[in-house]
Write a protein of this length. Structure first.
Length: 367
């Protein structure tokens, strides 16, 4: 699959080209930079303008085969001379229109800064100072990174949840976009958990997604949007919550996803594993189900169908308590005593299926 280049790489390339054009007065329609991964990025330069004291240009983001919402956006740099005749070149980097600004703690940049992460900042500094040295410029340059489409694109990202307002973030640790990057998803989860910790939260509340939003609101008066979305990465979330020093990890979720954890499956994506019916059948047998009921459960296509069979056998509550017990067992096994674990299990059709001892108390405390 085709790899792409990050917004950080685009920003660094645009800033380098704009600096060259400002200091020479000549157009630069192609530029090369070296990414932190050691891969060269040969960028086409667009939207060029040059004036006496400033120059600007854009690089169009190409995310390769990764379904990145920022692909096709124009990452723009405007460079201006803020002060001349210094002992050495100095840089001031800030964000303009379409680049978000940090309003909550716990992120890569402090509150008030433009959401241009530290690696892209270093990339910009390296490339621009290289031009300054080559052209023997000793002065202060102001570099403003903007993304004209950024404010609109930000609504499709995690930025509003993270307290980054007004646009997208300029990101990237390697400068390269890996198609369908699992690491990128896990890194996003880690950022959210770090932010919750920085805000003083002692308990991490996570959910695979917003499935069951109405149920959680009506039953617990709790908005699932407050939870960290862990997608399918249950095991990684346990590890990260332990490493960050949370006291308790509360996982809330639909039976169709979390029942897999009752079998020790820590990545709940269907491509990784799917033993939902086997786990439900086993738990139902422990609760007193007949062999006939167990065979019927094994033939079910989804957990809702299986729950109706278990309810017909009058063992729904007992079965769900066993499922919950197994979920907590495997969460605790993963945590190895480093964190307390709690769980709320539900379905849209049956409502609350089971909850651990302190789960409700934790949600009350967060509210």
């Amino acid at each position: 699959m085709k790899k792409g280049f990050t917004t950080g790489s685009c920003a660094a390339a645009a800033a380098k080209a704009a600096t060259y054009m400002l200091l020479t007065g000549t157009k630069k329609e192609k530029i090369s930079i070296e990414t932190p991964a050691g891969v060269m990025f040969d960028a086409d330069i667009k939207d060029i303008f040059i004036s006496e004291n400033s120059a600007g240009c854009s690089v169009v983001k190409d995310g390769g085969d990764d379904p990145d919402v920022t692909t096709g956006s124009h990452v723009r740099a405007e460079v201006s001379i803020d002060e001349d005749s210094l002992k050495e070149a100095e840089l001031e980097i800030d964000g303009g229109y379409g680049v978000g600004r940090v309003t909550l703690p716990g992120l890569d940049q402090p509150v008030g800064n433009a959401a241009i992460n530290h690696v892209p900042r270093k990339m910009i500094e390296k490339e621009v100072l290289e031009v300054c040295k080559f052209l023997d410029f000793k002065g202060k340059l102001k570099i403003v990174i903007s993304v004209p489409e950024g404010e609109k694109l930000a609504k499709k990202t995690f930025n509003p949840r993270l307290g980054i307002v007004g646009g997208i973030s300029i990101l990237g640790t390697t400068g390269i976009v890996e198609p369908m990057s699992t690491k990128a998803l896990i890194d996003t989860i880690l950022v959210e958990l770090k932010q919750k910790k920085a805000l003083g939260m002692k308990n991490a509340v996570v959910s695979p997604g917003n499935y069951g939003l109405k149920f959680m609101e009506e039953t617990y008066h709790y908005d699932l949007n407050q939870s960290v979305k862990c997608s399918n990465y249950i095991g990684e979330v346990v590890d990260m919550s332990c490493d960050l020093g949370f006291e308790t990890l509360l996982i809330t979720g639909h039976i169709g996803k979390l029942v897999k954890v009752a079998g020790g499956i820590m990545n709940t994506h269907s491509h990784e594993a799917d033993a939902r019916m086997e786990i439900l059948a086993g738990c139902a047998i422990r609760a007193g189900a007949s062999a006939t009921t167990a065979r019927k459960i094994l033939d079910c296509l989804n957990t809702t169908e299986a729950l109706f069979l278990i309810k017909e056998a009058n063992i729904l509550e007992e079965t769900m308590e066993i499922v919950l017990e197994k979920i907590l067992f495997y969460l605790d096994f993963r945590a190895q005593g480093r964190i307390k674990t709690e769980c709320i299990l539900y379905s849209n059709e049956f409502g609350l299926l089971a909850e651990s001892k302190n789960a409700r108390k934790i949600l009350e405390g967060i509210k």
